[in-house]
Design a protein around this ligand. Structure first.
Ligand code: F7E
Length: 327
């Protein structure tokens, strides 16, 4: 039985990846942070077979202990402070967790790998946010990184540290440069879920407006369930490498609003939307669109869910969830 350790198991990607690996017959371990973590029960209910181990990305000794207990063949480092807007207000903490946390997991993995005869494979969740002020359209693995937020800077650190461990120690360490990926499990602080929840509440008469920031930013949005498959595929390759994972299509926040309101059969979306400075960022990433040709050619990966189906899936889920709440 192949064994895998997932950091960030309580997040959207952690849950989808755990489900995927369990379906492939893996024994799955998840790192969970803090005393009495409120997401403990969610993970238990969603993926009952997973063993949860307590530790923290900022505490190397806890990671050494967790790796010794899990004895994994594959380590997926998905744990991070992942909300970009929050990273300006908590830049130092974000650097510690999202940046230096990667070094801590890499180092703990290297020490643990020295105690086993089999190769240990490592996945780092890098991000399209690293492209920031984009220097090329579409973005590829070779595009110059120009991060625009403390979160983006921290991800660049983790990305290069992963490459450095691969080159310095010959570790099978791969980095997936994932563009925005969403699902009904997305946290409500991110724009797609904020919109799908608000549209559902407006449709049900529970709310009359949605307040947002920049409506002109463009993102390459895919379905998280498709993206975790790419993570797994990267670790099945003979050689470790870096891959862009994206749909190749970009849409603005306005397009997202139009699609979400249309999914709820509301045409005149503009009358429900208000903009507020509060949700504007000190520096914006204006346009992201990825070129995933390398992943398509080498991993045989391609996204299955398109933008309209993704938005439709999220609105439908929130309509059901919100109706159940008022019933
Ligand atoms: O913002 C604009 C906002 O917070 C998307 C994370 O998973 O993907 C995600 O980062 C866009 C931005 O995601 C609101 O200014 C407008 O341009 O959903 P988001 P993100 O910042 O792109 C990358 C790949 C990651 O790695 C990250 O971890 O939407 N926007 N009005 C708004 N965004 C939010 N959250 N809320 C608004 O009211």
């Amino acid at each position: 039985m192949t064994r895998a350790l997932i950091t960030g198991i309580t997040g959207q990607d952690g849950l989808y990846l755990a489900e995927l690996l369990v379906s492939k017959g893996y024994e799955v371990f998840g790192l969970i942070r803090g005393q009495n973590n409120p997401k403990y029960d969610l993970v238990r209910q969603t993926v009952p077979g997973v063993t949860l181990l307590t530790g923290d990305l900022t505490d190397v000794s806890s990671l050494v202990r967790v790796l010794a207990a899990a004895q994994p063949d594959e380590v997926y480092n998905l744990g991070a402070i992942s909300f970009v807007a929050y990273s300006w207000e908590n830049a130092s903490l974000t650097s510690d967790v999202t940046g230096k946390g990667v070094l801590n997991v890499l180092e703990a993995t290297r020490l643990y790998a020295a105690t086993t005869t089999s190769e240990v494979r490592f996945y780092q969740a890098s991000s399209s946010e690293m492209f920031g002020k984009v220097q090329q359209v579409p973005q590829t693995e070779a595009t110059l990184l120009w991060p625009r937020s403390p979160y983006g800077v921290a991800k660049v650190f983790g990305h290069y540290m992963t490459i450095n461990y691969r080159e310095s120690y010959g570790m099978h360490a791969s980095s997936g440069i994932l563009f925005n990926h969403e699902s009904p499990r997305r946290g409500p602080e991110f724009v797609t879920r904020k919109v799908s929840q608000a549209v559902a509440r407006i449709k049900l008469g529970l709310k009359d407006e949605i307040v947002l920031g920049n409506l002109d930013a463009k993102r390459d949005w895919g379905f998280a369930g498709d993206y975790v498959e790419a993570m797994w595929l990267m670790l099945q390759q003979p050689e470790a490498d870096d891959y862009v994972i994206a749909t190749g299509k970009t849409h603005s926040i306005r397009d997202l609003l139009a699609a979400a309101f249309a999914a709820a059969e509301i045409d005149d979306w503009e009358r429900y939307v208000r903009q507020d400075e509060r949700f504007m960022r000190p520096a914006e990433v204006d346009l992201l669109v990825g070129d995933a040709s390398k992943a398509r050619e080498r991993l045989g990966w391609k996204p299955r869910v398109d933008f309209e189906s993704l938005v439709g899936m999220m609105v439908e889920n929130d309509l059901a969830e919100q109706s159940a709440l008022v019933r």
